[in-house]
Design a protein around this ligand. Structure first.
Ligand SMILES: NC(=O)c1ccc[n+]([C@@H]2O[C@H](COP(=O)([O-])OP(=O)(O)OC[C@H]3O[C@@H](n4cnc5c(N)ncnc54)[C@H](O)[C@@H]3O)[C@@H](O)[C@H]2O)c1
Length: 318
């Protein structure tokens, strides 16, 4: 593993889990986080001992920051993550132009780049499993911006064939350090908070819609594996990162009740969204074969691990 590592979006949900795990595994590595705190949260970084630059990745003077050093590895996770931001220009400027700026600063360098894409690129599709290579039909500006980030990465890879680049389409990630996301946090986190506060968990009628919910420890594992795999595989590749199983919102309530020792009954209400995905499920065959990722957490195990972390339904640092 690299000795100098940059993580953008390091104060966010996935970025902070990644930073803390990297610090645990690589005590000798220099880990530099870049985050402008537009959605990130400092309590996520309790225990982190590396450097933290508070800056917008799209405006940062990377050469000035890094001098003549080139990090061996960059994880680019910074992004607008609120999918209800419907203004396309805002999503595109932050997500795509920020990525373009970062890429341009690392062109021609000896670096490996791993970046966060999203299952939102699939949008409303009819197939039961979401497979990289299926036609993408993003249903919102966020998903569109993530797909454009992938297109930009393909262009960059053509011009910089020596730089390994890996895009990861994360599915519905849940786990510790997501509380700051509020209404953008995973439904598992939000439903647990509703149960914890004594209100009935609210689901769209009739709770049978399925999502590929993936525990954050699995996502961190996949992200680190992608970085190692990228060592060998120069060029650009995109992979799904999920649990490989679509599970319903009703099943989530059952698992939460089991973990929290409650008997909460969902309150159903009509879905107001025209483009609500009925089903997401990651096809992991390429992810398994190429980066060796094998999810370890079923929905039941993930929710139990979340409860054990002390973060389920609440922020233990508040
Ligand atoms: N959580 C999920 O379920 C999920 C699913 C699919 C994809 N993703 C992707 O994974 C990545 C991490 O998401 P997350 O869930 O940790 O979200 P998050 O909102 O917790 O983290 C994003 C972090 O990036 C920072 N940030 C945003 N724009 C920035 C900018 N221009 N400059 C510097 N910092 C900036 C925010 O302050 C925040 O700390 C994102 O790229 C997101 O699109 C997440």
């Amino acid at each position: 593993m690299a000795k100098e590592i940059v993580i953008t979006g390091g104060a966010g949900f996935i970025g902070s889990n990644l930073a803390l795990e990297l610090q645990r595994r690589e005590p000798g590595a220099e880990i530099l986080l870049v985050d402008d705190f537009r959605s990130g949260s400092f309590p996520n970084l309790a225990g982190f001992r590396g450097d933290l630059v508070t800056a917008d990745v799209g405006l940062l003077d990377w050469p000035r920051l890094l001098g003549n050093r080139t990090p061996e590895l960059v994880f680019h996770l910074a992004s607008i993550t609120d999918t209800t931001v419907t203004d396309t220009a805002t999503q595109m400027r932050a997500n795509v132009e920020g990525w373009r700026h970062l890429l341009s600063c690392f062109a021609g360098k000896s670096v490996r780049l791993v970046y966060a894409s999203s299952a939102a690129v699939y949008g409303i599709c009819t197939s039961v499993r979401n497979r990289v290579g299926d036609p993408e039909r993003p249903a919102n500006a966020y998903g569109f911006s993530k797909l454009q980030m992938e297109h930009l990465a393909w262009c960059f890879a053509r011009e910089n064939p020596g730089i390994p680049l890996c895009g990861l389409r994360y599915f519905n990630v849940y786990g510790p350090r997501e509380t700051h996301k509020g209404k953008s946090a995973s439904m598992i986190g939000q439903l647990a908070a509703q149960i914890h506060s004594g209100t009935r968990p609210r689901l769209f009628v009739d709770g049978t819609q399925k999502r590929d919910f993936v525990y954050v420890a699995d996502v961190v594992e996949a992200t680190l594996s992608a970085a190692s795999a990228a060592l060998a595989a120069k060029g650009h590749a995109v992979f799904n990162v999920g649990s490989g199983q679509g599970r319903s919102f009703n099943e989530v309530i059952r698992c939460l009740n089991a973990a929290l020792g409650t008997q909460a009954e969902p309150e159903y209400f009509p879905c107001p969204y025209r483009f609500f995905q009925p089903h997401t499920e990651a096809d992991l065959s390429a992810t398994r074969a190429t980066i060796g990722y094998e999810p370890r957490f079923s929905l039941e195990k993930g929710i139990e691990a979340y409860r054990e972390s002390g973060w389920l339904g609440r922020d233990p640092l508040e």
